[in-house]
Structures are given as C-alpha cells and as structure tokens.
Design a protein around this ligand. Structure first.
Ligand SMILES: Nc1ncnc2c1ncn2[C@@H]1O[C@H](COP(=O)(O)OP(=O)(O)OP(=O)(O)O)[C@@H](O)[C@H]1O
Ligand SMILES: [Mg+2]
Length: 235
C-alpha cells in the first residue's frame, strides 16, 4: 500500500485502486475506455455520473478527464452547473469549430451538479452535445435521480449510477488506511450513511480531538514522592 496522508480530509484518490465499493469498478471501466480513446480519438465521450453525495462522482470524472488529456489540465474546463449560463454554453459551442487544441487531441468540459444549470443553458447544452466532434468529452455529475433531468437531456449521455460503498467497505477502508480500531471504524462507517467524504470528515474530527486531549503522562516517581511528602507535611 502507498504512503498514506496523515490527514483523512487530504485523501485524494489517484486512480481506481484508491477507490472503494462499486465506484471503484465504474472508475476502472471508464479509465480503460479513456485510455483506449486517448490513443485514437475516433469518437466523443459523453458521460453523466449520478448518485448520492460523497461517493466519488467528481473524483472519477476528474480521473477520466486527466486520462483523456494525459494530465494536461489546460485541456480541461471544470465548472459547477450553477455557474453555467446560456452564454457559457454558447462559448463552448463556438470552440467546437477548432479541432483539437494547442496541448493535445482531447478537450474536456466537466460540469459538476449539471442539474443546477439554468433552464436556458440546459436547452442549449442539448445542441452542444449533438454537435460535439471526436476528441471532445463532456463529463457531468449530479446528485439527483435521473428522473429529475429531462428525457432529452439524459438520453444524450451514457448515464451511470454510482452506488454508495457498503458500510463494511467504508469501515475496512478506514481501518486499513489509518490503522484505527475496528469498533471506531465501524461506528464512523455506520454514521456516514455511505458518504465516504462524511466518513473522512468524522475521522478527521476524531483524530483532531484525540490530538487535542491531554496525553496521559508517565508517573514521575520523584514528583509523586514530593506530593506524598507535601500531603504528609500538611497533616
Ligand atoms: N468511493 C470512494 N472511495 C474512496 N474515497 C472516496 C470515494 N468516494 C469519495 N471519496 C472521498 O471523498 C472525497 C469526495 O469525493 P467526490 O467529490 O468525488 O464525491 P461526489 O460523489 O462528487 O460528492 P458530491 O455529490 O457531494 O459532489 C474524495 O476526494 C475522496 O477523498
Ligand atoms: Mg461532486
């Protein structure tokens, strides 16, 4: 196992091997596909990852974007749906005219919480997705169930639901990486309700509190002797 960051909240998965539960399998399959596409950008890629919070949707989208672009962050534009206006989508559409980019064959747009984009932006996104040439990827994430997105919108994506890892998987992950006692790991995992980010936050809070607590000191025989003496002399 690789060296582990001391702080649970600083933990950032570097690949499918760092993820747990079903999301690890989804990441493996998507990264395999991204590796294949990177070598021959014969098609575009449109993926929507949806499911409960804190299970790895953004993480996987970012890993796929990095795989497609060979880690060229300048080829990846990441935005939150709330910030995506019709004007933003118009700019993306204008950029479709240019094949590739200065830095590589792939250009990726990654939109988190795509359901929060304005109605106008979502309508324009439909045409954008239809016009995407090979070598372009649109990766989106959403906390909502697919039924909350319009049919027209969801049918333009390969929509993949990410299930939360099981409680036992989260507990085993915390135990293995941070070497904490099994009962503590189980308690945190149950409390997280499948949200791995929440589990890491709880563990961080626990470790910080344990750090702040006064450490039991070794009894100092001299000081004890002094105290015994002081008590005796008071009598
Ligand atoms: N399946 C997982 N395996 C290991 N760690 C995970 C997993 N899912 C989430 N994490 C941890 O939680 C952090 C946040 O995950 P991420 O942002 O990808 O979740 P998300 O599904 O996009 O959440 P949200 O719906 O709130 O946006 C990651 O950086 C990682 O530390
Ligand atoms: Mg996210």
């Amino acid at each position: 196992m690789k060296p582990v960051p001391a702080e649970p909240m600083a933990f950032r998965p570097k690949g499918a091997h760092d993820l747990i539960g079903r999301p690890a399998h989804v990441a493996e399959a998507l990264l395999r596909k991204a590796r294949r596409l990177r070598q021959s950008p014969s098609s575009n890629l449109r993926v929507l990852l949806y499911g409960p919070p804190g299970v790895g949707k953004t993480t996987i989208a970012e890993l796929v974007a990095a795989e497609l672009t060979g880690g060229q962050s300048l080829c990846v534009e990441e935005a939150n749906g709330k910030m995506v206006s019709a004007e933003t989508v118009r700019l993306w559409m204008a950029s479709l005219a240019h094949a590739g980019n200065l830095f590589g064959d792939w250009s990726v747009v990654l939109v988190n919480e795509v359901d929060r984009a304005s109605r106008d932006a979502q309508d324009l996104l439909l045409s954008y997705l239809d016009k995407m040439p090979p070598g372009r990827a649109f990766l989106a994430t959403s906390n909502l169930d697919l039924s909350a997105l319009t049919d027209r919108f969801q049918s333009r994506f390969q929509a993949i639901r990410l299930e939360a890892p099981a409680t036992e998987e989260i507990a085993a992950f915390l135990r293995a990486r941070w070497r904490i006692p099994a009962d503590l790991a189980a308690r945190i995992a149950v409390g997280s309700g499948g949200n791995v980010r929440a589990a890491l936050l709880d563990l961080q809070t626990f470790l910080d509190a344990a750090d702040a607590a006064p450490k039991p000191t070794k009894p100092n025989p001299n000081r004890n002797g002094e105290r015994r003496h002081a008590r005796r002399s008071r009598i």
